[in-house]
Design a binder for this molecule. Sequence first.
Ligand SMILES: Cc1ncc(COP(=O)(O)O)c(C=O)c1O
Ligand SMILES: N[C@@H](CCCC[NH3+])C(=O)O
Length: 426
Amino acid sequence: MNRQVKNGILYFDGCNTLELAEKYGTPLYVISENAVVKKCKEIKDTFLQKYERTRAAYAAKAFLTTTMCNIIEREGLCIDVVSGGELYTAIKANFPPEKIEFNGNNKSLVELEMAIDYNIGRIIVDGLDELKLIESVCKEKNKKVNILYRITPGVKSDSHDYIVTGKKDSKFGIPLDDEIIFPAIEQAIKSKYVNFMGFHFHVGSQLQDNASHLKALETSLKLIKETIEKYDYITPEINIGGGFGIRYTESDEKRSYSYFLDPMMKRIDEFSKEAGITRPEVVIEPGRSIVGEAGITLYTVGTIKEIKGIRKYVSIDGGMTDNVRPALYQAKYEGIVANKAEEPKTDTVTICGKCCESGDILIKDAKVAPLQRGDIFAIFSTGAYGYSMASNYNKNPLPAVVLVKDGESKIIVKRQSYEDMIKNEL
Ligand SMILES: Cc1ncc(COP(=O)(O)O)c(C=O)c1O
Ligand SMILES: N[C@@H](CCCC[NH3+])C(=O)O
């Protein structure tokens, strides 16, 4: 764990959080490089090095900056992008194009042209018309690109409805009705412009249970078998997505990568033996599990209001603009008063943001040490989908991002200024 308490003060990856707040201001995203590297190492030890012909593509949507791209590349991972902007960031960070994979349910022509111009490693095709677009771009540019089909496996995962993606009624993936999927497979196999590498699924996010991954895997294996039988074509790769859950609160399960991946690898091995084929290369796309617990957010406490017999509201200087997850998914977080880290948690308060929304609440009924204006409040496990989903609502500037490691800190994203927020206005 990268959190320590010394003399009543919270430290993160060796850095005094009060000094960080003082030096860089609040709200402040703090990312521990050691924690990110540790997760990458767990992926290497328990997946990439344990099983041959495997890849892990970091799902950049969780947290993306050029520095993060550099860390991910150094740790030997590929990267999964879902927009022209994410692709641009990876390219600007000199991420090797062949290690970039492009997901997304509505890639524009311009984004596809960009991806094909950069010669990226894979495009995960998410709809039938997308293949036609890719073919037209490749024809014009005289290129051939590796593709997979993202399928909709028709499984329901146990997570918030907004972050499950594998059920039949979904905007993601290609439906598995015979009259849709088989002509699509045939077209990809026959195409002069694409190499058809196989199938991709991603069932949902923040999953604590491996059941839906295993169900989606069965569906994909059946499709691999049918593709061999119908077209005598062996797909060389399978992408089993991400979604591996993390611990936001003490009551969340602690799940290892092995918990999800070992049973899937066993099943893919068995299937390949039965089918008499070489086991396909297996790709995963973890996002949250790499960076989620590696981040904390520091806030300064402002107005405190006690509504007698009802609730005490403690306002901090950020809110749904830097962490929309509680408002969007009723996500639960835990935190601590960074300057009173050893004091007994004798008060129960609701930590709310400063936006003009009643739903702008970060933690309901948090048990905390008694708070005062000026205290520094730290919220844990904010590394994923915090900065990447941040907004300028109420014209609040985006916070700075600081990378910490062994007691050293460095700013990797500057705090937005008021001027930055209006500079594109005409
Ligand atoms: C296609 C795809 N891959 C990977 C991910 C990463 O998921 P997570 O951050 O839950 O690991 C997502 C987001 O849920 C996704 O949509
Ligand atoms: N943004 C989501 C996860 C991404 C889902 C993408 N398919 C979250 O904060 O939990």
